[in-house]
Design a protein around this ligand. Structure first.
Ligand SMILES: NC(=O)c1ccc[n+]([C@@H]2O[C@H](COP(=O)([O-])OP(=O)(O)OC[C@H]3O[C@@H](n4cnc5c(N)ncnc54)[C@H](O)[C@@H]3O)[C@@H](O)[C@H]2O)c1
Length: 386
């Protein structure tokens, strides 16, 4: 029998809207989900966004005060889709209130922030999901299986890239993302945190690294209202300094002995969501590009020399693909990855067994980011606190 669980969403910007749609769609893709999510309340500081949330979705309550949701007995699961500086206080309060938590990456601005939320979650015993959505792509799951079953041999080296142009325009306004007090470490929290999670998910722990970072666009016009990730200021205004990094590059040593790189930028002209990886082993290679989410480039077969690489369109035998499409080669979307995340959270709540990325994964990703920042500052190799 299916019972209902009430949903609260805190922060109705881009991610709050994506989470809301995922709750709405999850049971049509995963009819076995033992819990039926029911939208109850949204907490959002911007009045227009509050109105929009109620106009487009079935929330019965909209408030500017996120604490109202924690006192609301109708709510069992809360999404925290706020700017990074609020993750620690709000995430820990959600767990302390005994409500299950779906929180966006990077979970705060520092590894201490992520650990504080993890501690609150462990103390209260609630179930969680963290927004490391790229690991939910069926092709990424297939790559992970190929690596785990030894199809590539021993993994030797890899490269992860997270190159974006969302902040490449010099008139992109100074939203919370560019202020270290609100957005934390810039592109390292925004994109590198995803790359660090993917690297760990596919290849295990990183033991040490050496990194470099840069701010390429030093000043921007102020943000005048709740602006999107991709906005461009029309009226300009006096430029103000950017406080966190646009770019990061890193050499990694994995505990397995494999070597790797991460390169990431938010100001990379010509790169729209150029997110992906190339992974090489002694007997093969596999590559993935988010923009062609259903494809993997796979070179295996034991020839070593002149080994061909084939394009494989993943299908219903990979990850959660079968819940979306009946045959290989039909495109899935970014939002679909969030539906997978919502399903894993609801399964975790219903069964008590944790599925999908956890707060411990958020701490591990943040530890890689922390080591990168220390390395860039000290210009040395740094051990990762695993
Ligand atoms: N997983 C992903 O791929 C992905 C993609 C984008 C963003 N994110 C993460 O999601 C989070 C939110 O990012 P976004 O792009 O949705 O940002 P956004 O700026 O679009 O949305 C944030 C919302 O929070 C609201 N808000 C701010 N302070 C508030 C408060 N005290 N009470 C209530 N509402 C408040 C803002 O008005 C805004 O509507 C960030 O942590 C970001 O890193 C993850």
């Amino acid at each position: 029998m299916t019972s209902c669980i009430g949903i609260g969403v805190i922060g109705f910007g881009w991610m709050g809207q994506v989470h809301t749609r995922a709750y709405e769609r999850v049971r049509s893709h995963f009819p076995d989900t033992p819990l039926r999510p029911e939208l109850v309340a949204v907490a959002e500081g911007d009045e227009l966004r509050r109105k929009d949330a109620c106009a487009r979705h079935d929330f019965s309550t909209a408030t500017a005060e996120w604490r109202d949701l924690l006192r609301d007995d109708r709510i069992g699961v809360v999404s925290v889709t706020l700017p990074n500086h609020l993750h620690r206080e709000v995430g820990a309060a959600v767990a302390d209130a005994g409500k299950h938590l779906w929180i966006e990456k990077p979970v705060g601005s520092t590894v201490e922030d992520a650990r504080a939320v993890a501690d609150a979650v462990h103390a209260s015993g609630v179930r969680t999901a963290v927004g490391f959505n790229y690991r939910n792509a069926p092709a990424v799951e297939r790559a992970r299986a190929l690596i785990a079953e030894g199809a590539l041999g021993r993994i030797t080296n890899c490269s992860f890239r997270l190159l974006a142009d969302y902040a490449a325009h010099p008139q992109a306004p100074l939203s919370w993302r560019f202020d270290p007090r609100l957005g934390g470490p810039g592109v390292l929290g925004d994109l590198v945190s995803h790359g660090a999670d993917l690297a760990r998910y596919l290849l295990g722990d990183v033991s040490e690294l050496v990194a470099d970072t840069a701010v390429f666009l030093q000043s921007r016009p102020p943000a005048r209202a709740a602006v999107s990730h991709f906005s461009v200021a029309e009226d300009g205004g006096e430029l103000e300094p950017v406080g966190n990094d646009d770019y990061a590059a890193c050499l990694l040593r994995f505990a397995s002995g494999a070597r790797g790189t991460i390169e990431s930028s938010r100001v990379s002209v010509g790169d729209q969501c150029t997110y992906g990886f190339d992974i090489h082993g002694t007997e093969g290679r596999v590559s993935w590009d988010f923009r062609r989410m259903g494809e993997l480039a796979v070179g295996v077969g034991g020839r070593y020399l002149d080994q061909p690489t084939a394009t494989v369109f993943v299908g219903p035998d990979s990850g959660d693909y079968a819940s979306f499409q009946p045959g290989a080669g039909i495109a899935m979307s970014y939002d679909d990855l969030k539906v997978v995340e919502a399903h894993r959270l609801l399964m975790s709540v219903a069964t008590g067994v944790q599925y999908g990325a956890t707060l411990d994964d958020a701490v591990a990703s943040a530890a890689i980011v922390e080591a990168m920042l220390e390395s860039a500052r000290t210009r040395r190799w740094v051990g990762v606190r695993n």
